[in-house]
Design a protein around this ligand. Structure first.
Ligand SMILES: Nc1ncnc2c1ncn2[C@@H]1O[C@H](COP(=O)(O)OP(=O)(O)OP(=O)(O)O)[C@@H](O)[C@H]1O
Ligand SMILES: [Mg+2]
Length: 238
């Protein structure tokens, strides 16, 4: 389990998370929703170790990882699929995947990078067809698949997913969620950020609403769905 206790962090002198406590359980899907600037990306970045924590703690199965470097968290099974996908535009699909496979050896995985890349192509056939194509020339949906495939290649236990449906056409969003559904079935824990609540709540086990750096609502996803008017009032939709 990943446990955040009273986590505070921010940018410069501006605190963006004002004491956030969360548990992410093995195998669960946790939806994190909230309006622009709520601190969703900051929260995932802190869990991944790409944003230093000011105070509070992060533990993984009881071990303190608050100051553990990102690469080490990847080896321990916590992987971020960042907002805006952040694939390497000038590298080919396969080269992007190879970057993701770097941690396999450090992790002591039995899977070789080659095998890991082949299984990524099995999961995402379109990436196999485009293995020599530059990342930057893929469509938005294909780039999202590549970003997810790259994150998965290091065999995470916890996938931190920042706005997977951002900027994608509805049919492509459907496809991305189908893939996420298969991963969930396979036992992967996913902490996912989405701006629109409806789909994320339908998919998740548990959910929380983040607003101005604080958790303002939390519960099971179905509890939050049944209070959708309250949830939307925080999101500033409609
Ligand atoms: N690089 C940065 N430098 C300074 N302030 C930042 C930076 N990134 C985020 N912030 C500020 O931190 C707060 C939280 O931002 P964050 O990006 O975590 O929000 P978010 O919920 O992910 O928003 P969005 O829905 O727009 O992605 C905001 O007030 C934002 O302006
Ligand atoms: Mg964000």
């Amino acid at each position: 389990m990943i446990r955040l206790t009273d986590l505070r962090t921010g940018y410069g002198r501006a605190e963006a998370l004002h004491g956030v406590s969360i548990d992410v359980h093995p195998g669960e899907v946790l939806a994190i929703v909230g309006p622009n600037g709520a601190g969703k990306t900051t929260l995932l970045s802190a869990i991944a170790g790409v944003r230093p924590v000011w105070s509070g703690t992060i533990t993984l199965d009881g071990a303190d990882i608050t100051s553990t470097p990102t690469a080490n968290r990847v080896e321990r099974g916590i992987v971020l699929c960042p907002e805006g996908r952040r694939i390497f535009a000038s590298l080919s699909v396969e080269e992007n995947l190879r970057v993701g496979a770097v941690s396999l050896r450090a992790k002591g995985s039995k899977t070789s990078p080659k095998e890991a890349i082949e299984s990524a192509y099995e999961r995402f056939p379109i990436l196999g067809e485009r293995r020599t194509q530059r990342g930057g020339t893929l469509s938005g949906g294909q780039q999202q698949m590549l970003a997810i495939a790259r994150a998965l290649i290091s065999e995470p236990d916890y996938l931190l997913l920042d706005e997977p449906s951002l900027g994608l056409a509805p049919a492509v969003i459907e496809y991305v969620y189908e893939i996420l559904g298969a991963l969930k079935e396979g036992g992967l824990a996913i902490a996912m950020v989405e701006e629109g609540a409806e789909r994320a709540l339908a998919f998740a086990d548990n959910a929380l609403v983040l607003n101005s750096g604080k958790i303002v609502l939390e519960g099971t996803a179905s509890e939050l769905s049944s209070h959708s008017d309250l949830v939307t009032s925080y999101l500033g939709e409609h």
